[in-house]
Ligand binder design. Structure first.
Ligand SMILES: [Zn+2]
Length: 269
């Protein structure tokens, strides 16, 4: 029945002529999972809201930076928690961290993100937060083990003690990024997590996988320090390759976007 297979949502978009435009957010069919496109600013806002639900929820302390084709960088503002951010809150900065547009403040901790974008041409998106489960392992100073499929899809995971120096300084931030080598995810000891990606969709997948891995490993170890059956490396390699190749498509990513727009369409405005 049509009522069961599609829903329309009216997104407010300020005083523009598009204020009442219907956004179709769901219809059956694996290849038809998203009927609207997101502006780059909306991509940042929706990513923040999606990750907040997944455990990236330590008030307003996280940062998402998103490199644009013209060399400018989109950044979530320092003041706004990830569960209330809208596209219009997203700031635009230059490669030195200078504010180009936006009504909020650039985080002083931007140096690590700028260093990642400067030193790693493959990095389009950098995410830092004190995620609920990842920070447990930051507190332990350990790498969470891999015990299930989702956990295998993080990729190389480093552990860095950035509190040995201050990452608000450019040189120190660059040292930390160089220490990551080619890896795209790190536990920052006594602090949180740092995730790099070549797209917003990949950042979402990797951040979610890291948080799920951190939660699963915590649960396994809570049953006993020696408990847990490590996943075999060939299986880990296969699952990671599958994730990198996008073999499961965008179904989950698009479903999570729809969830946010259905919950509060103002995220797009
Ligand atoms: Zn932090």
């Amino acid at each position: 029945m049509a009522e069961a297979t599609s829903k329309d949502l009216h997104a407010e978009s300020g005083a523009t002529a598009q204020a009442t435009r219907a956004i179709r957010v769901y219809e059956e069919g694996e290849q038809k999972t998203l009927y609207f496109s997101l502006s780059p600013e909306a991509e940042v806002a929706v990513l923040a809201r999606m990750l907040c639900r997944e455990g990236y929820n330590d008030h307003n302390w996280g940062h998402i930076s998103y490199l644009q084709p013209d060399g400018t960088i989109l950044l979530n503002p320092w003041e706004v928690p990830w569960d209330e951010i809208r596209a219009s809150d997203v700031l635009r900065i230059d490669a030195t961290g200078k504010l180009l547009s936006g009504r909020w403040t650039v985080t002083p901790a931007i140096a690590l993100h700028l260093a990642a974008h400067r030193l790693r041409p493959d990095v389009k998106v950098a995410v830092h937060h004190h995620s609920e489960w990842g920070t447990v392992w930051a507190a332990l100073g350990e790498i969470p083990g891999i015990y299930n499929q989702s956990s295998a899809q993080v990729g190389d995971l480093g552990l860095y003690n950035e509190y040995e120096a201050d990452v608000t300084f450019n040189e120190i931030a660059e040292q930390n990024v160089r220490a990551m080598g080619d890896s795209n995810a790190a536990i920052l000891a006594n602090h949180g997590v740092f995730v790099l990606a070549d797209s917003i969709a990949r950042a979402h997948q990797r951040c979610v996988a890291l948080e799920m891995r951190s939660r699963m490993a915590w649960r396994v170890k809570a049953l006993g320090a020696e408990r847990g059956m490590d996943m075999k490396q060939p299986a880990v390699d296969g699952l990671l390759a599958s994730a990198l190749a996008g073999k499961s498509g965008n179904r989950m990513y698009h479903a999570m976007i729809r969830r946010e727009v259905l919950a509060d369409a103002s995220v797009l405005t």
